[in-house]
Write a protein that binds this ligand. Structure first.
Ligand code: SF4
Length: 346
């Protein structure tokens, strides 16, 4: 499963669901045989993908006679409240359903989102664009070459690398009155889980789909379901979103209430509520959303208090940079500058 090409990935992605479940269980078995059941944990966000993953890992435990499994939930404070509530209930549900100990550990970041944004900057557009803008906002003698690459698409050795060139439409953000950085994911999600892994000496089983983005696809095509170098297992990597929904439908597993009901429209599974449950205040990708898909408009309707906290507030700090204030995160000011409509039409 290492070094897949596009056709091989497509072939795997087109397999029927029951075959996919079997293959995923075999990958979990391979990973767990190496590290032992005490040496692995399921990274559980409370979202639909990791809910399916956890049910499958429990099935694997039953099949191979394991009586327990460790689960880590990263409590970033950026989850929908319904999701946070769901996590504990789902773990209890699975323990009863599979008659094994599903042991839940909660990990928390050292900093709040408000502190991360104030210190490092707001996450906007995408990780890549935020990283480029951070460097361009903070010129030093050490980052001359990388800044030149972002502006020209030419490396220090003269090689053309168009994919690293920052689109001109984002140039005005270099001089924005707020900091921009891609550090948020590291601080809020990666570092707490890395600490957990170090403290417990457990390796993660994660639920990420290759179809979810170019970086994930690239990583999956390179390593397959098990990245032995990074010591992580991604057994649903070759699943499609429709497989995840079909699994929920066929196995009648509960999902967080924020998703609403699972229905079938024109032969496709769809939730009546949120389709995805990432961090509620994240601005990555929101510039691409249209109509009913716009996350902040939806938030204004479903969670008006959280919406007000997120959009309102904000103040200038002693360096003249826009940062969150006691009244709120001040995202409205940032969204205005990346031309995202967040105002609910009444
Ligand atoms: S997804 Fe967005 S809000 Fe969540 S941790 Fe990453 S950058 Fe921060």
């Amino acid at each position: 499963m290492i070094g897949l090409n596009n056709n091989e990935l497509k072939m795997l992605q087109s397999l029927p669901l029951n075959i996919k479940v079997g293959k995923s269980i075999l990958r979990i078995k391979e990973f767990t045989s190496y590290y032992g059941i005490d040496g692995v944990y399921v990274s559980f966000s409370g979202g639909k993908d990791s809910s399916v993953l956890l049910d499958i890992v429990c099935k694997f435990c039953v099949l191979y006679g394991y009586k327990k499994v460790y689960v880590a939930f990263s409590d970033t404070g950026l989850e929908f409240p319904e999701l946070k509530q769901f996590v504990g209930n789902y773990v209890k549900y699975l323990s009863l359903k599979h008659k094994i100990d599903v042991i839940l550990d909660k990990v928390r970041p050292n900093m709040s989102f408000k502190q991360v944004v104030s210190k490092y900057g707001y996450p906007v557009i995408s990780k890549k664009v935020s990283r480029s803008l951070h460097d361009l906002q903070n010129p030093t003698s050490k980052n001359v070459n990388i800044r030149n690459l972002y502006l020209t698409g030419i490396t220090s050795t003269g090689r053309e690398c168009k994919s690293r060139k920052l689109a001109k439409k984002y140039y005005p953000l270099i001089n924005a009155d707020f900091r921009i950085h891609n550090r948020c994911c590291d601080k809020m999600k990666k570092e707490p889980l890395h600490k957990y892994e170090k403290d417990t000496n457990r390796k993660p089983i994660i639920g990420m789909l290759a179809e979810e983005g170019e970086e994930r696809k690239k990583a999956y095509m390179q390593h397959g379901c098990i990245n032995w170098k990074r010591e992580s297992c991604n057994p649903l990597g070759f699943w499609k979103e429709q497989d995840v929904l079909q699994y929920i439908w066929e196995n009648k597993i509960p999902v967080a209430s924020v998703y609403g009901q699972l229905i079938i429209i024109d032969g496709k599974f769809k939730f009546t509520g949120e389709q995805r449950t990432g961090c509620i205040f994240c601005m990555y990708g929101c510039h691409l959303e249209k109509g009913e898909d716009r996350r902040f408009i939806r938030l204004s309707k479903t969670h008006p208090q959280l919406y007000n906290y997120c959009i309102n507030g904000g103040e200038y700090d002693e360096e003249g940079k826009w940062v969150p204030s006691n009244k709120g995160l001040g995202l409205g000011h940032v969204l205005d500058q990346i031309n995202v409509d967040y105002k609910e039409v009444k």
